[in-house]
Design a protein around this ligand. Structure first.
Ligand code: FPP
Length: 240
């Protein structure tokens, strides 16, 4: 059985991104309501965030709600909002003990006022934590992020803060939600689909991809360990 001792601490991926797919299919196969699939997914996320923190990953970015997910039924959208709220509230209580810093990637302006307040609280209160940075992509879309970035840079150009000829990769990176963070080394998508679905379109340019044929609620610490070891073996082969 694989264990965290199999991970080479010298070659840790600094940043892992995950598309947590397959919650509904997991629930359906078990004859459960959709929202219970998402609830199980939230539990998996907490366990894996703690594990990633424990083994020394510095950034974990997870796709929790896309700009497209508003098209789901009102009931399912409501369940996902409630989950985020309870996740954020519970997480807040534990954040100081596990030293995890939480950030949100996406537009939270239109979320319910109490959800928005909870998010702002956890983001502020955990901002000095020095362990894992957990980026929760919520109401996030990669094209949306790029549009926002272009608007921010255009504004700086029009008020004379930067010149057009000075626009470079750094300026673009620094105007994305992930400003100041390294790009992901490894992107994992569970659930068997082979797509990027608008996730981190700029940031994934040189990232290693791993597609896993398991539903997210079944993705375990051992699976994450295996993914990290696979990544490390790919890196070793590239160096030869
Ligand atoms: C994709 O599976 C998953 C989502 C759209 C939601 C992901 C949310 C969580 C893992 C839990 C919530 C955590 C927080 C912090 C809010 P799917 O619903 O598309 O499943 P399917 O591919 O089987 O249809």
């Amino acid at each position: 059985m694989i264990s965290k001792e199999d991970i080479n601490k010298e070659e840790m991926p600094k940043h892992i991104a995950i598309i947590m797919d397959g919650n509904r299919r997991w629930a359906k196969e078990k004859g459960l309501e959709r929202k219970l699939g998402h609830k199980a997914g939230a539990e998996t996320l907490e366990e894996l965030a703690n594990f990633a923190n424990d083994v020394g990953v510095k950034y974990l970015t997870v796709y929790a709600f896309s700009t497209e997910n508003w098209k789901r039924t009102e009931e399912e959208v409501g369940a996902l909002m409630m989950l985020l709220k309870s996740y954020v509230d519970k997480f807040l209580k534990r954040a100081s003990t596990n030293n995890i810093r939480v950030r949100i990637l996406g537009n939270i302006e239109k979320l319910d006022a109490s959800l928005k307040a909870s998010i702002e609280k956890i983001v502020n209160e955990s901002s000095k934590n020095t362990g894992l940075t957990l980026n929760i992509a919520f109401n996030y879309g990669g094209r949306d992020e790029i549009i926002r970035c272009v608007k921010q840079i255009s504004e700086k150009v029009s008020n004379g803060e930067i010149a057009i000829e000075d626009i470079n990769e750094n300026i673009i990176s620094n105007n994305l939600y992930t400003a100041g963070e390294p790009d992901p080394d490894l992107m994992i998508r569970t659930g068997g689909e082979l797509r990027v679905s608008g996730f981190l379109l700029w940031q994934l340019a040189y990232t290693e991809f791993l597609f896993v044929d398991k539903y997210w609620p079944d993705f375990s610490k051992e699976d994450l360990t295996e993914a990290i070891v696979t990544f490390q073996n790919r890196k070793r082969n590239l160096g030869k």
